[in-house]
Design a protein around this ligand. Structure first.
Ligand code: HEC
Ligand code: HEC
Length: 200
């Protein structure tokens, strides 16, 4: 718990400084290429492509910079961000974060376990409640760099949790998500991912 708390404070400190404002109108003009996969309004229709509508702008900028640098490898986006400046990415983030997310539904047979993990964690395994960082309504905590997860495609969320678990996604500050995902079984990951899809 102490480690989590320290991580939280550090993250707050770091993201508190980098809060430049983006221009959503300028951003829209730079998103034509993104629409093919994420849809024009950021509500991607394909379960493996994340919805980015309504996502916190600070989180979106962080991901774009890391995808551009290769710190977070996304092969589908190879080269797509190379020509974008930091300001362009701020603008694009402002555009997508201003759109409303269109959520989905949780599978009925996953609801009980998924909700338990999300709201209460798994005390026996040392898994904290997801809601502690991603908020009870799934909207995350922008100032701390915690992304919204509510309404996200279950298949995408599931893939991220598995990527964190094996460490192929490792851009989470203080290994916050890697430590948590390492303690989750496939069954638990599936249930909590289904739950977040219906949370919005
Ligand atoms: C060919 C399909 C494709 C195109 C075009 C594309 N993306 Fe992506 N994007 C992806 C995929 C796939 C992922 C997630 C991969 C993974 O981690 O599983 C992703 C992830 C992201 C993420 C991280 C989302 C999150 O929740 O962490 C952001 C932000 C993003 N893309 C922005 C953009 C922007 C901005 C553009 C246009 C300049 C763009 N993408 C174009 C496929 C695409
Ligand atoms: C201590 C805070 C914390 C807790 C608790 C936490 N997360 Fe996270 N989570 C994060 C952070 C920070 C990131 C973003 C890392 C980054 O900057 O790329 C993240 C990212 C994610 C992502 C990827 C989002 C995206 O759009 O790519 C998913 C999915 C996720 N968390 C699910 C969960 C689930 C499910 C739980 C509960 C089992 C959980 N998280 C608990 C802090 C937390």
């Amino acid at each position: 718990m102490n480690k989590l708390l320290i991580g939280l404070l550090l993250t707050l400190g770091i993201t508190g400084i980098a809060n430049a404002a983006g221009d959503a109108t300028a951003g829209k003009a730079k998103t034509a290429v993104c629409a093919a996969c994420h849809s024009a309004d950021g509500n991607s229709a394909i379960a493996n492509f994340p919805k980015i509508a309504g996502q916190n702008a600070t989180y979106l900028v962080k991901q774009m910079k890391e995808i551009k640098e290769g710190t977070r490898p996304v092969v589908e986006m190879t080269g797509l961000l190379d020509h974008l400046s930091d300001q362009d990415m701020e603008d694009i983030a402002a555009y997508f974060s201003g759109k409303a997310i269109q959520g989905g539904k949780a599978a009925k047979d996953q609801l009980e376990l998924g909700q338990q993990i999300y709201r209460a964690g798994l005390a026996k395994k040392g898994v904290p409640a997801c809601s502690a960082c991603h908020a009870a309504d799934g909207k995350g905590m922008a100032s701390a760099g915690f992304p919204a997860v509510g309404g996200q495609h279950a298949a995408y969320a599931e893939k991220q949790l598995k990527d964190f678990r094996v460490g192929s996604r490792n851009n989470d500050p203080q290994a916050m998500m890697r430590d948590i995902a390492a303690k989750l079984s496939d069954v638990e990951i599936k249930a909590v991912s289904s739950y977040v899809q219906g949370l919005y």
